[in-house]
Write a protein that binds this ligand. Sequence first.
Ligand SMILES: [Zn+2]
Length: 247
Amino acid sequence: MSWLARWRAWREQRLIDRHPIPEALWQATLARYPFLPDAPRLRAMTSLFLATREFHGAGGLVVTDAMAVAVAAQACLPVMHLGLGAYGPTRGIVMHPGEVLAPREDVDEHGVVHQWEEPLAGEAMPGGPLMLTWDAVDWQDDGGPVFNVVIHEFVHLIDLGNGESDGLPPLPSAEASRAWLEGLTAAWDRFADRVAHREPSCIDDYGTEALDEFFAVAAEAFFVDPEALRAEDPALHQQLADYFQPA
Ligand SMILES: [Zn+2]
């Protein structure tokens, strides 16, 4: 380890030590989000996340310790191996109590401007703060496709790590990127078939919108219900495992 790497590790450990998560709060978080492993590494990363990110309540929401730990622990799950650096420069997390209506505008081919409001559970923007709504974070599984807004938005941040939100996260080589896109696009086609034939899926059908959305909803299924995803699409499960949890 170089001097700089040792210094960084020492600094990180100090931040972790200064932000311990009380045992009762940690256990309550694991009970509420049972897909989270009771792993020392996840707990340490959650402390580091809380030490290096800023939570802001909006719309009258007061962000409690329990809310911040719920978000931080779920946000750390996808990057347990990649490290928090995979989330780029984003430090701010803005939390609203419930659904946010975002003003949208589009110009059609006739030059007519269309304006509407899009209801959002969360939103990741390049360079900007990440937005989450507590209602969506706190949403209880109803047995349908997996829904996890924290994993969804943070996986968009990983995707944005090489510039665009396009379903292609940073990979070490052009060849690896090509293989990733080939695999993900094939899985997206299989998923579109399931949706078209109204077959049940553990992946939210919002994934049909675009390849970057498919990556995000597939990652939700991968982390929240990995066995269901493995049974439904073993190749997709393997691709995500190779990326998020390399041996
Ligand atoms: Zn999305």
